[in-house]
Write a protein that binds this ligand. Structure first.
Ligand code: ARG
Length: 588
């Protein structure tokens, strides 16, 4: 379905053409004076020079050709030559009814769907999830849903950090505590136990202990590095421990992401890229892309137009170990082989930008991906506390994700109990649903690349530009629709009728922007524009609600028209929050 802006632009182009002017002038935009008109066209101003004519006259000529247009209620020329447009109410209601009949509410799918991999989440196995991983999960999940909604084949990959030094640390600490385990017996040839020698709770304690100890004790650190090396070279006992670590952690991670309503199609990680490294390195050497520099194998990626130094991409350390650059490149080899993606989008902290510049350049230059493969870095800013510094616990430690979520849920629970709309038994579940919306909306309503302040009080408020306010609005609409049905009304076959007043029309004009907004959000990878849109939509609905007798309207036809409009507004809001990655409760 064409967007409304497209439809009226076509109409204006025809009028420019018919009046003898270049139709390229007929650009229509949303009005920046909503008190005067709904849309506007400034083409007559732009054409004045070329036609050596006063813009006012050009505008008059154009408007004369709009008289039988079905789109406009009025097209008015104002000095010096603007055309102010108001949409015809039945044109608007027809458009909305068409939208309501469409499964995707008027959003067109890509004519040529693309294969897109979204690399997001990126937690490090065996280290607790912290708030830094929250943004990647929230933004990535939303981008995945948006690109998928537009009809692409989208694959979300968590890309676990599961192959680094932390694994060596855990192995070393385990050896210190339980040296009798068969994993440490070099002569052991039997089957290793199926059960892990630790629980998730122990694992979470082992890593920080080992990490702190290694900082103080050089020999321990050396041992952990060596254990990492042995693991990476395939040493059997350490491989077996690694599998236990993976199993225990991934089970726990899955639980955590499920709570966040974040779902990955692939649970691959750095370790999976390992098998592609030897051949890739060999090829880079053979084809002359890689060279040794102080013992390390590197690929130069500096370009002439750079005004800053871009250091070479590091392929192997002087001891032959693979690095972060290496696993990301090998992962691209793997992705290319398995999925041949048109685009890979990385949702990662913006402080890693240089790493991705290096990797992208190296991958293109060496042909790991083709020239047409789009590699996109979606870098996000830091989540700060009210003091403007990276978010911390009250004690000043790194805030763990589960604790943050618990804090929000408790706050929501209090508010929901105060509201007295929900039974205590239901309130806990509702608090989780609303709490998630508070967190996700709080995050997504900011442009991803910007730092933002995580403000628990503001994010959990039922008023203002917040997740709970949006949900509250949806719940309000649901309750009206339920009452309408309880009173014997049916939601089947209802038609939206031409607006009768400014409040209803304003709500309609906001609803019908949906497909236009989604297209922009998709093109710009900008979920925050969905938030801005639904905030305005919720405001327009609430104004309408306060000004209109809906259920007590006596004219049944009129009432059914209102209900049809509310049902559509609800679908639009629900689709939007689904694209943001959360949902609304029945009551709150
Ligand atoms: N595990 C990494 C970290 O915590 C993020 C991974 C991002 N994705 C990637 N392909 N490098 O910093």
């Amino acid at each position: 379905m064409k967007t409304l802006l497209d439809l009226i632009t076509i109409e204006m182009r025809a009028a420019f053409r018919a009046a003898g002017y270049d139709e390229e002038l007929a650009k229509v935009t949303l009005s920046n004076r909503p008190d005067l008109c709904e849309y506007q066209c400034n083409g007559a101003m732009a054409g004045a020079k070329a036609y050596k004519k006063a813009p006012f006259m050009i505008a008059e000529d154009v408007v004369a050709h709009l008289s039988d247009s079905g789109c406009f209620e009025s097209a008015e020329v104002v000095k010096p030559g603007f055309i102010n447009l108001k949409l015809d109410p039945s044109f608007v209601s027809d458009y909305l009814n068409e939208m309501a009949a469409d499964a995707k509410l008027g959003v067109e799918e890509e004519k040529n769907p693309r294969t897109i991999i979204i690399d997001y989440g990126g937690p490090n196995v065996a280290k607790p999830l912290h708030v830094g991983h929250l943004r990647s999960a929230i933004i990535g999940e939303s981008v995945k849903r948006i690109t998928r909604f537009k009809g692409n084949r989208v694959i979300g990959d968590i890309h676990l950090g599961d192959w680094g030094y932390q694994m060596g640390l855990i192995i070393t600490e385990l050896k210190k505590r339980k040296p009798e385990l068969p994993y440490f017996d070099e002569s052991f040839e039997g089957e290793y136990p199926e059960e892990a020698p630790f629980t998730i709770g122990e694992l979470e304690e082992i890593y920080p202990t080992a990490s702190a100890y290694a900082k103080e004790h050089e020999d321990y650190r050396e041992e952990a590095l060596h254990a990492t090396y042995l693991l990476q070279s395939g040493y059997r006992g350490y491989r077996a421990i690694w599998k236990h670590i993976m199993h225990v952690s991934v089970t726990d991670l899955k639980k955590n992401y499920e709570k966040l309503n974040v779902e990955f199609d692939l649970w691959k990680g750095e370790a999976d890229a390992q098998q592609y490294i030897p051949d890739m390195v060999q090829r880079l050497k053979d084809e002359g892309y890689a060279h040794y520099d102080n013992g390390a194998l590197v690929v130069d990626v500096q370009e002439e137009t750079d005004n800053k130094e871009v250091p070479p991409c590091m392929i192997l350390k002087s001891d032959g170990a693979a690095l972060y650059d290496t696993t990301d490149l090998a992962t691209l080899v793997q992705r290319e082989q398995d999925y041949h993606p048109d685009e890979v989008i990385y949702v990662v902290d913006k402080r890693q930008e240089l790493h991705f510049i290096q990797v992208f350049r190296c991958a293109k230059k060496t042909g790991i991906v083709g020239e047409d493969t789009k590699l996109t870095f979606l870098g996000f800013g830091t989540m700060n506390g009210k003091d403007g510094k990276p978010f911390k616990t009250r004690e000043g430690g790194v805030m763990r994700l589960e604790n943050l979520i618990r804090e929000i849920d408790e706050e929501m629970y209090k508010k929901i109990m105060d509201n007295r709309m929900v039974e205590e038994t239901e309130a806990k579940q509702t608090a989780e649903t609303v709490g998630l919306a508070a967190i996700k909306y709080g995050d997504l309503s900011n442009q991803a690349s910007k730092d933002y302040i995580f403000d628990v009080d503001r994010f959990t408020s039922f008023e203002g530009n917040t997740g709970p306010y949006i949900l509250y609005t949806i719940v309000r609409i649901k309750s009206i629709l339920n009452k309408y049905q309880e009173n014997g009304g049916s939601l089947e076959g209802l038609k939206i009728l031409p607006a009768v007043d400014v409040y209803e029309k304003a709500l309609m004009l906001q609803v019908l922007k949906f497909n236009d907004v989604i297209d922009t959000v998709y093109e710009e990878t900008a979920p925050h524009k969905i938030c801005a849109y639904i905030y305005e939509l919720a405001n327009e609905f609430n104004k309408f609600y306060h000004e209109t007798k809906i259920l007590s309207e006596e004219d049944e036809t009129k009432k059914s028209g209102y209900i049809a409009l509310l049902a559509l507004a609800k679908r639009v809001l629900e689709t939007c929050i689904d694209l943001l990655g959360f949902e609304a409760p029945e009551r709150m």
